[in-house]
Structures are given as C-alpha cells and as structure tokens.
Design a protein around this ligand. Structure first.
Ligand SMILES: Nc1ncnc2c1ncn2[C@@H]1O[C@H](COP(=O)(O)OP(=O)(O)OP(=O)(O)O)[C@@H](O)[C@H]1O
Ligand SMILES: [Mg+2]
Length: 275
C-alpha cells in the first residue's frame, strides 16, 4: 500500500544567509567544533552552510537514526526531508505523506481544551477530524489526564502537555515519520509506556528518520545510522559501526548490548513470555 513512499536527494545544500552578521574579520570559511561552517555566498553575504552536498536515497522500511555534534545539520536535514526547506542547490524529492515531529508544542493552543488540542494536532499531522474522533478515547486513556482533558491547555504542566502531544503523535499512521528528539520532559513511568507506543508507531511507518543524542533510543527505533558532520554525511551503516566511528568503542559496545537486549525481549514476546 505504501510502496510509493521514498525520499531522494542529490547534492542537496541548505544555506542560511545571515544579513546582519558582524563579520568584517571573517575572511575565510570558519569551521568550529559546533555548528555548520560559516562562509560567504556569491553575493558576498555571510551564510551558514547547514547542509552540503547531501545525496541519499530512502525507501519503504528504512529506519535511519541521525547522529552528530550540535549544529551538525540533523534538524536542518529533517526539515529538508519534510519539504519545509527547499535545497539552495541540488534536489530533494519526497514521495509520501510526511508527519514532521520536530517540536511537540507545535499545533497546540493554550486557550482550548486537551480534547480540542488532540484534534488540532492530529490535523497538523495529516489526519482527518473523523480519524481523530475515532481515536479519542484511546489517546485520552494513554495520557492518563482524566478530567484535565476538558480544561484549557494553559492549566497543564510541561510534562502534561508532552503527554497530550505524545498521545497524538503515537496514534497516527505516517508514511514518512521524521522525529527530532526533545521527547523528554515526561516522568520515567510514563516514558516506559510511551516507548512501547513509539516503537509500534515506527513499525507501522513507511520510512523513519530520527535525530537523537540517545544511542539507546536509536538502537531501539532504528536499523541504520547516519553520521552528520558539519553539514555532510560522514558515514551511513550499521548503528554499532557508526557509533564506534563517532563516539568510540565504549559507546559502540553499549549499543551492541542494547540491540541484543531488544532482540531477546522481542524473542521472549514472540514465545508468549512476559506481558
Ligand atoms: N534558521 C536558521 N538560521 C541560521 N542558521 C541556522 C538556522 N537553523 C540552523 N542553523 C545553523 O545550521 C547549522 C545546523 O543546525 P541544526 O539545527 O540542523 O543542527 P543539529 O545537528 O540539529 O544540532 P543539535 O544537535 O544541536 O540539535 C548550525 O550551524 C546552525 O547554526
Ligand atoms: Mg537539532
């Protein structure tokens, strides 16, 4: 059904022109530890080169985790793959319905109730009102917010809002799921429950691209990793190998253990053990 789902980019670059940069002293391209390189374009305007020459091809079933330093270009790449950003040079072709989950707060209105926000946020993620109404009871139960769902969202704590957002996000059936971390802010008990739902969401998604600084999370949701370094793809392969190259042997063996644990857990579930 979702065979047509694919993402392809060829030599895609994303530059951000910074017209108010104070950069008399900026003579040559600067490459710091964090952030993309800063240079100048043909019109001598200072630009942040957030992505450089990205060529990739993703198809149905691909689950890619993005790793890389702060400012490497992970979030920018997700925005390129969602169609929010057009490449400055090169091309990006996206086939399939995209559910961008970059900021759990987007599409939430503090003045309307939790219930109403569930519908609004669902619409933002490409669902219909009817689909959201059909899922309402199940989402409400997941959030454990009870009567609060009838109250305006401004009366919620941060974690309570995240529960609403997570409930909605994990209820949809996306063709292309683009996740940018920030999925924290909920208490540990709830996170356990949310992880299982997140895993199921990923299983029914066509393509997943997930940016995260948590290797454990990557190991759980993805089957390959892509290392983004100063706006370029440095490596794409097995999660363990990419983490070894990016972070070293200790982090890699932690990933290997996590993957083994998940596999054992899945085998246990398949045999009907545990809950
Ligand atoms: N709207 C913008 N305007 C100007 N520069 C931007 C903009 N968004 C991102 N950048 C720059 O693009 C580069 C890549 O940023 P991006 O947010 O994609 O990094 P990231 O890999 O997601 O980092 P992090 O791990 O910190 O989330 C950085 O140098 C950043 O300063
Ligand atoms: Mg980011």
């Amino acid at each position: 059904m979702t065979q047509h789902v694919s993402i392809e980019t060829h030599g895609a670059c994303v530059d951000f022109p910074i017209f108010d940069a104070k950069s008399r002293s900026l003579k040559k391209a600067f490459l710091g530890k964090a952030g993309g390189s800063i240079g100048r374009n043909d019109s001598d305007v200072v630009v942040v080169e957030a992505l450089k020459d990205i060529t990739l091809s993703l198809k149905e079933g691909d689950r890619v985790g993005l790793v890389g330093h702060n400012g490497a270009g992970k979030s920018t790449l997700l925005r390129l793959l969602s169609g929010i950003y057009e490449p400055t040079r090169g091309s990006a072709r996206i086939r399939g319905r995209v559910a961008p989950v970059f900021d759990l707060g987007v599409g939430m209105d503090p003045e309307i109730s939790g219930y109403e926000n569930i519908i609004i946020r669902g619409l933002f993620l490409g669902q219909t009102r009817k689909q959201m109404l059909a899922k309402m009871d199940e989402i409400a139960e997941f959030t454990e917010l009870g009567e609060y769902l009838s109250m305006p969202l401004r009366t919620y704590s941060t974690g309570m809002r995240v529960r609403v957002a997570m409930g909605v996000v994990t209820s949809i059936d996306p063709e292309i799921l683009l996740l940018d971390e920030g999925i924290g802010a909920v208490d540990a008990e709830f996170m356990k429950k949310a992880r299982i739902r997140l895993q199921k969401l990923v299983e029914r998604s066509g393509i997943l691209v997930f940016a995260s600084h948590s290797n454990e999370f990557l190991a759980q949701l993805c089957d390959s990793a892509m290392w983004i370094d100063h706006g370029q793809v440095r490596m794409h392969g097995e999660i363990e190998d990419v983490v070894r190259a990016y972070e070293g042997p200790e982090a890699a063996s932690h990933v290997a253990r996590t993957i083994a644990e998940i596999a054992a857990e899945k085998a246990g579930v398949a045999r009907g053990e545990g809950a």
